[in-house]
Write a protein that binds this ligand. Structure first.
Ligand SMILES: Nc1ncnc2c1ncn2[C@@H]1O[C@H](COP(=O)(O)OP(=O)(O)O)[C@@H](O)[C@H]1O
Ligand SMILES: [Mg+2]
Length: 435
């Protein structure tokens, strides 16, 4: 029907990978109008009764051979649209591992315009991306696909190391011989970065946990342990020796003092590990208790604003916010050199907000930027707080402007929504749970 159709490649490939081509030729279709309509091409000239001039948008990165007449069929156009619009990288390589086709998403990954891939080898475009070459050779040799291959490296046109997942499959001819390799590539650089920061965060959290346990052990040994030794010695003396009543009374009084210290020390250690007030009386009371002790211990002037009718919050929210308070206040103590500290705790219908603000030296802009972009800050305190609040469906913001402001917001409707979702997922069994 369209035996004489051809292509006049006049334009050079544009950056976005699409370039207008003129398609010209003659056809022998009995009904020219139908033909033009069915192939959705615009007729731009009819010099002779049997000749059509057609104009259409054809991707530059499709090889010339693809524009044979059959390339104008609906399925081919559909395929081209799919190829061009795909948000994952798609490419076809010949047996010499040269690009025969590459789409825009792949061009975005490689940093090379889609059209400029054609005829180049995988190595020329992707450099020494590991283990690309070896995988492609393996597909050719075994005629079997290679799936979910982790690819990493620095591409010639990109500054930093990137990560991808590639799927490579053989495209065979009628006799079963591999003619080409189809390639699907997804970029996972950002996921890898997050994974890495999560790994290092986990490792550091474990380290901190070890350090914390060591610190508690030392504290128990050095303070409580010593008091108990003293008490035992006093009791020994009292039981073994005949003492003058005055000496006896003095030893008793001394022992009572030591015992008082034991009680208060035990309370402080256990309260800091998990304030019982939090379970019994709620966040507002626990915060007041913590701030009282803080004023006495640190000498920082603490202004506390707690909403009167805060009420009780879900257990995890109370614990999460209390830990954010502890970490933020510890940071002020360790890093800020601030004379004062404002703590605000409030609730607005469906959201609870905690703000800890100091007036100290602030966080370095570069350090803050790194924390905001990658959730790494040098320590695990800020990153841990953010993880904790994210877990509760909220968000944590850290700003620095004449001091530092840490704000945590947690929606209070989430747990309800979550339980509804859970029931929904469980389907019928949820109904029996509820019944
Ligand atoms: N309130 C603050 N004022 C000044 N610098 C701070 C403050 N909070 C955090 N920083 C800075 O941010 C860094 C990271 O804090 P964090 O993640 O809690 O780790 P760490 O406290 O263990 O160092 C601190 O080392 C410090 O330099
Ligand atoms: Mg800290």
């Amino acid at each position: 029907m369209c035996a004489n159709l051809g292509i006049n490649r006049t334009a050079t490939p544009s950056l976005h990978g699409t370039v207008p081509h003129e398609v010209y030729g003659s056809h022998t279709a009995p009904n020219r109008q139908d033909r033009a309509a069915s192939s959705r091409k615009q007729v731009i000239g009819r010099k002779m009764p049997s000749t059509l001039g057609l104009k259409m948008e054809i991707p530059a990165y499709f090889p010339r051979g693809w524009f044979a007449p059959e390339a104008f069929s609906e399925p081919q156009q559909l395929l081209a649209a799919f190829f061009n619009s795909s948000t994952v990288g798609l490419a076809i390589l010949d047996r010499q591992l040269r690009f025969q086709a590459a789409n825009g998403a792949l061009a975005k990954m490689s940093g090379v315009p889609a059209g400029a891939h054609l005829g180049k080898t995988a190595q020329q475009i992707f450099g020494d991306l590991e283990p690309l070459e070896v995988t492609l050779q393996h597909v050719l040799a075994t005629t079997r696909p290679a799936l979910d291959v982790d690819l990493s490296g620095r591409l010639p046109k990109r500054a930093e190391v990137g990560h991808w997942i590639g799927n490579f499959f053989p495209i065979k001819d009628g006799s079963g011989k591999v003619k080409q390799i189809g390639t699907i590539v997804v970029e996972v650089t950002n996921q890898k970065k997050l994974e890495k920061s999560l790994h290092s965060l986990t490792a550091r959290l474990l380290q901190i946990k070890d350090d914390e346990q060591r610190r508690i052990a030392r504290e128990l040994h050095d303070s409580l342990g010593q008091y108990y030794v003293r008490l035992k010695m006093n009791l020994d003396v009292l039981s073994r020796h005949e003492l003058e009543p005055d000496d006896k009374a003095e030893l008793f009084a001394q022992s009572m003092q030591v015992l008082d210290r034991c009680i208060s020390e035990t309370r402080t250690i256990s309260y800091l590990l998990h304030p019982p007030l939090l379970d019994e009386a709620g966040l507002a009371s626990a915060v007041r208790w913590y701030v009282d002790g803080l004023g006495q211990r640190s000498g920082i002037k603490v202004n506390l604003y707690v909403q009167q009718d805060l009420g009780r919050l879900p257990e995890k929210v109370e614990m999460g916010l209390f830990r954010v308070l502890q970490e933020s206040v510890t940071n002020v103590h360790r890093h800020a050199n601030s004379p004062a500290l404002d703590i605000r705790l409030g609730r607005k219908s469906d959201q609870v907000t905690l703000e800890v603000r100091d007036y100290g030296r602030g966080i370095q802009p570069a350090q803050l930027k790194r924390f905001q972009e990658t959730n790494t800050s040098g320590g695990v305190g800020l990153a841990g707080m953010r993880e904790r609040i994210h877990e509760l469906g909220g968000w944590l913001d850290v700003r620095s402007d004449k001091g530092t402001i840490v704000t945590a917001k947690i929606p209070l409707t989430r747990s309800r929504k979550k339980s509804i979702t859970r029931q929904h997922r469980k389907g019928k069994s949820a109904k029996s749970d509820v019944a």
